[in-house]
Design a binder for this molecule. Structure first.
Ligand SMILES: CC(C)(COP(=O)(O)OP(=O)(O)OC[C@H]1O[C@@H](n2cnc3c(N)ncnc32)[C@H](O)[C@@H]1OP(=O)(O)O)[C@@H](O)C(=O)NCCC(=O)NCCS
Length: 181
């Protein structure tokens, strides 16, 4: 007997949702998502830092390697901001990813990453890199599940996660991930 259930292709977006590249006019609602979708991580300072980490230039100059997912009513459901390194021709970089709180654990984060991996491979890249905050435990778990390795840091935190102290400035510790393509 044959199972005729369609097998979703890598990067398939759940039905009813639409994928496109972002445009500069998406900036205000991405700013709202960056403040609201991280579960209050880092308080108001954390929200401001995230907003400042995604200025409009990403939507002007890195739109072709970034994705935005909308619901049928046009509201924002998810996004990925990525780029191809200009300095290291082996490397593609995922700068930010966010799935709306109601849309999580449904395979969309994986789908957006698979899309980005495919794009990066087509561009001749052999590895993907990204960083996250050590206190973003969901992000550490998700990236580990997505096949990323945690690069050695200068110490291990209480969860055994390697941390790079002051990576992005005083007090801005980071965890560094790399995944071969
Ligand atoms: C992290 C995030 C992008 C994951 O997106 P998602 O759509 O929920 O992830 P998926 O459903 O595609 O899950 C992909 C895999 O990761 C696993 N995973 C996802 N979140 C996880 C978590 N919190 N803990 C453990 N595993 C997790 C899933 O089980 C799945 O594994 P499988 O495919 O092998 O079964 C989403 O939770 C999010 O937007 N969080 C807030 C923003 C954020 O922290 N972004 C990352 C830092 S920029």
């Amino acid at each position: 007997m044959t199972d005729n259930t369609p097998v979703p292709s890598p990067g398939a977006i759940p039905s009813g949702l639409t994928l496109r590249h972002p445009v500069p006019s998406d900036h205000p609602r991405l700013q709202v998502a960056l403040a609201d979708w991280w579960g209050g991580l880092g308080g108001e300072v954390g929200a401001l830092q995230r907003k400042l980490l995604v200025p409009r230039l990403f939507l002007q100059h890195f739109a072709g390697t970034s994705f935005l997912v909308e619901r049928p009513d046009g509201t924002l459901h998810a996004f990925l901001i990525g780029l191809l390194s200009q300095t290291d021709p082996r490397t593609a970089y995922i700068h930010f990813v966010g799935i709306c709180p109601d849309g999580r654990r449904d395979g969309l984060g994986r789908a957006l990453y698979e899309r980005f991996f495919a794009l990066a491979r087509e561009a001749g890249r052999s590895q993907v890199r990204c960083i996250t905050s050590p206190n973003n435990r969901n992000s550490v778990a998700y990236h580990t599940r997505m096949g990323f390795h945690l690069e050695p840091g200068d110490h291990l935190d209480e969860h055994g996660t390697p941390v790079h102290t002051d990576y992005d400035g005083p007090g801005l510790d980071r965890v560094s991930f790399v995944r071969e393509l």
